[in-house]
Design a protein. Sequence first.
Length: 373
Amino acid sequence: MTTLNSPLTLKNISLRNRLVLPPITTNYGSSKGLVTQDILHFYKERSRDMGLVIVEATSVHATGRIVPGSLGLWDDSQISGMAKLVKTIQKQGAVAIVQLNHAGAKCIPEKNKRHGFSPSSVVFRPDVEPMTMNAEDIVQLIHDFSKAAVRAQKAGFDGVEIHGAHLYLLSQFLSPLTNKRKDRYGGDAKGRATLALEIVRDVRKNLGPEYPIFFRINAEERILGGQTLEDTVVIGRLLADAGVDVFDITLIAQGGWKEVDNKILLTGSSALPKDQPSGANVALTIAFKKEIGLPVIAVGKFGIGQAAVNAVKNEKIEMIAIGRQMICDPKTAGKMLAGNDKDIIACDECLKCFATIGKGERMACKVNQDLPF
Ligand SMILES: Cc1cc2nc3c(=O)[nH]c(=O)nc-3n(C[C@H](O)[C@H](O)[C@H](O)COP(=O)(O)O)c2cc1C
């Protein structure tokens, strides 16, 4: 019988259990994208019991940062700090991978630089003018992902995760809401997958056949006209053929269009609304897994209760990610593994964590005043 404590082998990596720290942008990095003491503290505290730790969205280019303190792998000078972070995580017994991202037009504003990369210039922030990418920009982006992946490998990470979710740049290409291109990078789900496929193939070529590549994808976008599960299955099959080993399944749980400063913006959040139960994404994750067959990670309000245990035991989902609950109580994973979920200090879903980074501030939590610990 598979339990949360069962080990798992994925290619050449072995996880001691089924629990995963999903990527969580903390805004604790330096303005140069470097690892800081606070980053080391945050990850050390949350690696103690985890099988796998996925380091937060790390930018492949200086213009692709989500927040001013996003970590970076766009320059060789960032490798040594990342190597320290890898050692910190591995010393606690967890496997360490890093999420590679370009925020596209969801990036922080930059003066006098070409930024705001976008498939079709949909606006996300009133202070960032999107810039429709041309063929040259696309070649550069593929190159940036591959170079960052090679730096991740040099830093000692056990694998990389390509961020294809949450309406950041690759997700904007995958989504019919944001990709209106008439060239080969747009059109139906297969066309919209072209950029992600070219990136995965190039990263695979550069990292070699054995190096684990994860891909984070929205199972669906709950916005009228958004990416459907059907689209995601088409895209998932293509990505699997291109070299993805594991899918990290997430979603746009809520969002839509709104007017700010006379601009129509698209908003989207990965957080399930309060009225949704723990493990509410399990059915979507199973539906994707059934079609693709590769190992998956499920996410969505896991922590207190039996949802994680059941997803692994009954539904055969390989891994369970615990987000906000690990910000709030870093001992959550250990308590779940010991069957002591009643001792978990509950996240009250106030969304202060999202709100603080959304304002460009350091991530804070109403319950855990001791962050980064
Ligand atoms: C403050 C904060 C930052 C996040 N940053 C990232 C990120 O960098 N990359 C990513 O893929 N997801 C990010 N997420 C989403 C989480 O990985 C996770 O999917 C989400 O919180 C849902 O899981 P939960 O219900 O257990 O919190 C973030 C979530 C929070 C709360």
